[in-house]
Design a binder for this molecule. Sequence first.
Ligand code: OAD
Length: 249
Amino acid sequence: MFDQAIDLIIKSKNILVFTGAGISTKSGILDFRSENGLYKFISKNYDLPYPEAIFDISYFKKNPKPFFSIAEKMLEQHAEPTKCHKLISWLEENKQISLVVTQNIDMLHHSAGSKKVLECHGSFMTAHCLECKSAFSLNDYKQSVLDGLIPYCDCGGIIKPDITFFGERLPASFYGLLNDPPETDLVLILGTSLNVQPAAGFAVEMAGKVPSILVNMQSTPYDDTMTLVYNEDLEEFAEHVQNKLVTKT
Ligand code: OAD
C-alpha cells in the first residue's frame, strides 16, 4: 500500500520531516484533537473556559494550576519512542534527513536517537521565570511539579517551562528556519492535523516546493496539496517502510 511512498523515500537524500502528536499516540501519549485526545480529556476533567486555555499564556498567568496538573501527568509518564520515531532516527543514520521539525514537547525524537531536531513548540527541558526571566533546567523544577506544586523562582515569579503557549512567539530557531530552510528534496508530514500556525504553514509551504508525503489517521485541510496522502496508522506505515528500506538499501 505504501509502495509509492517507499520509492520516494529511497531516492531522497534531504528529507524534511514535520511531526505532530499522532506520532506519539502509540507510546501512550494523547494527541490533542482526536475524539479521545487531550482537549476532550481536559474538557471533561478541568473547569476551564475552553480546553486550549490550558496552554494559553494569558490564562496561565491568572491560573497556572491546570497546566501544572497536566504537566505532572506528562512528566511522570515514561513513554518509549514508537516505530515511527525509530524509523526517522534510522533514516538520519542513513544520511537521508535534512531536519526533523516537531511540534511535540515529549522529547521522543531525542529518545529515539535523532540529532537533527528542531522543537518548534519548545519542550520541558528548559524553563524561565515569568518575572525576572532567570533560566532553569528541567531538573531544577521537575520535582516540584511531580509533587503537585507550582514551581516558583526565588524572586517569587512562576517558573514556566519553555513550551510555546498560545499567545507566545515560537522559539527563535523556528524563525531562523523560516528565513533559511534546509536543502530539501522530500517533505514527510506525520501525525498532525495541521491546525496550528505558524508551524503548519511552514510545513505546507515546504511541501509545495518538492514531493511530499502526508501520513495522518484523519484528513487535514491540506491533503489536496500533497503528492501522496495516507489516512493510515503511522506504526503500520513505519513498519512497512522500515522493512522495505532495510532490504533495499
Ligand atoms: P492534533 O491532535 O491536532 O493532531 C494529531 C493528528 O494525529 C490527528 O489528526 C490524528 O488523526 C492523528 N493520529 C493520532 N494517532 C495516529 C496514529 N497512530 N497514526 C496516524 N495518525 C494519528 O495534534 P498536532 O497537530 O500535533 O501546541 O497539534 C499541534 C499543536 O496543537 C500541538 O503542538 C499543541 C497543540 O495545541 C502546543 O501545545 C503549543
